[in-house]
Design a protein around this ligand. Structure first.
Ligand SMILES: Cc1ncc(COP(=O)(O)O)c(C=O)c1O
Length: 392
């Protein structure tokens, strides 16, 4: 269904439309390559978001954005976070152009000067760049992945904090694993951070995309976690508008609002008026669209695991509880770069596991947020390649 203004009411999953956007996802490789690597969705835009952006374009809202204090973004963010169980005052929300900028500034200004950063891995690949870019040592702590799901290695984190690390950079839900960390784990982490006077920077950008699994924002776990957390989030993943450049930092710890006041303008500026109106529309009016999208993602997830199971390959992956990523274990291959081999042999582009930290080597990340035809074709090709490798 399309409205009189040409806006699709229900989400439409259409490859040609996605290609027509001329964004990174379908522009990196030749047309015959199926790119299920880039973390974007091939879905039509959320109508309230599109309308807000169109209105802003019609109003020629191309100037510098309004200051945080008079922007509607903090109000929309606090409402959204309240829905997730986190109470934050509007005056403690800071707007940044993107999640990684928020994290970089938090590392530089809110953690002990010079202190190394502990990073549970596999994790979003740019975490491994943002830490050195902030002038800090990045210490990877492999997640414990077993029959009980994904757990933080709390012993290793304790060791790391004892040995001088001043913060933990958490990705929850975990990109690329699609795991949601449980309250008990987060609570134990909060106890450790509190004991060692460390900070926890929590990137919770994937939280809106979950398949019925509860999620607790790190800062909402306890008074202890709230007192040292820095929460970074945005509407850009769940509502598929990363190019519009707006993200938010929620400062719940005493003194952080004042410390943020000392950050140079050039380090936090860059959010756009279009990104801000999109963010407000998404958080305040984008709920029904998101429900529809997550329901489709749930059926795409089913497709992935049905196809793997039909091929007798269910052992290589567990269905994610969140995100639109399947994390496939191809460590049995003689290659440590299976994504490069898949691209070369069957023309499917996936995320190379080693990008997500040393613990990811031999895995690949497949983004299933696409139309059924592309996904079915990509799965057939991946299954064919895995069978060929297994037979070799
Ligand atoms: C966990 C996580 N954080 C941050 C980002 C990037 O966000 P931004 O473009 O706002 O920096 C991504 C992108 O996929 C992500 O998966």
């Amino acid at each position: 269904m399309v409205t009189s203004s040409g806006i699709a009411e229900a989400p439409v999953w259409d490859l040609e439309r996605a290609i027509g956007r001329r964004c990174k996802r379908w522009s990196t490789y030749p047309r015959d390559v199926l790119d299920l690597g880039v973390a974007e969705m091939d879905v039509s835009a959320c109508p309230p978001v599109l309308e807000a952006v169109r209105d802003a374009v019609a109003a020629e809202a191309f100037g510098y954005p309004v200051p945080d204090a008079v922007s509607p973004v903090p109000r929309a963010t606090t409402g959204w976070l309240r829905g997730q169980g986190l109470e934050v005052d509007e005056s403690a929300i800071r707007i940044v152009p993107d999640v990684m900028r928020g994290i970089g500034v938090a590392i530089r200004y809110l953690t002990r000067p010079g202190s190394p950063v502990l990073v549970p891995t596999p994790t979003y690949s740019r975490f491994l760049e943002v830490v050195p870019a902030a002038g800090r040592e990045c210490r990877e702590i492999p997640l414990l992945i077993g029959p009980n799901g994904c757990q933080l290695d709390l012993d290793a984190i304790e060791d790391g904090l004892r040995n001088g690390a001043g913060s933990v950079l958490l990705c929850n839900p975990v990109n690329p694993l699609g795991a949601v960390l449980e309250r008990g784990q987060l609570s134990a982490l909060a106890g450790l951070a509190d004991r060692f006077g460390a900070r926890v920077i929590a990137d919770e950008v994937h939280a809106p995309i979950r398949y019925g699994v509860p999620f607790v924002p790190y800062a909402a776990v306890s008074e202890q976690s709230r007192a040292h957390a820095v929460t970074v989030t945005s509407a850009t993943k769940a509502w598929n508008v990363p190019g519009l450049r707006t993200a938010m930092v929620a400062l719940t710890a005493a003194g952080d609002v004042e410390a943020w006041g000392g950050v140079r303008h050039v380090e936090t500026s860059g959010a756009t008026p279009l990104g801000m109106v999109a963010t407000v529309a998404a958080l305040e009016h984008g709920g029904p669209w998101l429900v529809d999208v997550v329901s489709t993602l749930r059926s795409r997830r089913q497709m992935v695991y049905d196809r793997l199971s039909d091929a007798g390959l269910d052992g290589i992956s567990q269905p994610p509880d969140a995100t639109y990523f399947a994390w496939l274990d191809l460590r049995a291959w003689d290659s440590r770069t299976p994504a490069a081999r898949l691209l070369e042999t069957v023309g499917v582009a996936l995320g190379e596991g080693a990008q997500y930290g040393a613990a990811g080597a031999g895995f690949v990340r497949l983004n299933f947020a696409t139309g059924t035809a592309q996904l079915a074709r990509a799965l057939d090709l991946v299954v064919e390649a895995v069978r060929r490798e297994n037979a070799a």
